[in-house]
Design a protein around this ligand. Structure first.
Ligand SMILES: Nc1ncnc2c1ncn2[C@@H]1O[C@H](COP(=O)(O)OP(=O)(O)OP(=O)(O)O)[C@@H](O)[C@H]1O
Length: 228
């Protein structure tokens, strides 16, 4: 589903590579934690998958497509297959929960009848039924993150990328969010999550890929946050 073949990325004007000859193969339906110190290259790794950045050397494949050869007009369609969730939720503050989720479908041209049917379904899936009429500011942080996950998942993407999704949440709320991501993963969505949350990584026992200074220094199935 995601394949990095000897991928290096050096940002313009930088001497050090943000990613250095990275080889990674992630299968459909896997759940993968991406860990590493600040500046180790996690966000760069995620940006390459979204084609927000291009590899300086090597090849990145998503769903069999070589992103280096992807025409720029094909990028939006490729990105539609990837849901994204961030630490800071990134909801539209003046839109209700329902409208935040519906908007994701409107922009890709889904008919109103589909939107009316699908949005309540996904809100129920994330545990927000009955809260569709609220504004983001009327929700807790955990609930706001559930809206963001609903929005990322409503189009049933093949891949869900989560960049520090529990970074702003307390431990109990974080567990709820992880249960939700686990459920989404069980529905055959490949989940890739960058995190500093060692408790979560240690509890979940999923595959762990660790970056250090742009290099993969560990790739462990059923791993923990740090070395054992
Ligand atoms: N747009 C950019 N231009 C130049 N250098 C960059 C850019 N983005 C990141 N870098 C550099 O690339 C390296 C990797 O950064 P990256 O953001 O991928 O790390 P990270 O692991 O996601 O860090 P964090 O956990 O703090 O989010 C760092 O040295 C950073 O300074």
């Amino acid at each position: 589903m995601i394949r990095f073949e000897s991928v290096s990325k050096t940002y313009d004007g930088q001497r050090r590579a943000a990613l250095d000859r990275v080889n990674v193969d992630i299968d459909k339906g896997e759940f993968v934690f991406l860990v590493g110190a600040s500046g180790s290259g996690k966000s760069t790794f995620l940006r390459l998958i979204l084609r927000e950045q291009r590899a300086t050397r090597g090849k990145v494949f998503v769903a069999g497509r070589d992103l280096g050869k992807l025409h720029s007009w094909k990028i939006p369609a490729m990105r539609r297959q990837i849901g994204t969730v961030f630490q800071d939720f990134r909801l539209l503050p003046n839109k209700t929960v329902t409208d935040n989720v519906a908007f994701a479908l409107q922009v890709i041209g889904k008919p109103q009848s589909t939107i009316k049917r699908v949005v309540p379904e996904v809100l129920e899936l994330v545990g927000l039924d009955g809260k569709g009429g609220r504004l983001p500011e009327e929700l807790s942080g955990g609930e706001q993150q559930r809206v963001a996950i609903a929005r990322a998942f409503v189009n049933r993407p093949m891949i869900l990328i989560a960049d520090e999704p529990t970074g702003n949440l307390d431990p109990a709320t974080s567990i709820g969010i992880m249960k939700l991501l686990d459920r989404i993963n069980r529905a055959d969505t490949t989940v890739l999550m960058a995190t500093h949350d060692s408790t979560i990584v240690d509890q979940m026992r999923k595959r762990v890929i660790e970056l250090d200074d742009g290099e993969v220094v560990r790739d462990q199935s059923r791993g923990v946050y740090g070395y054992q």
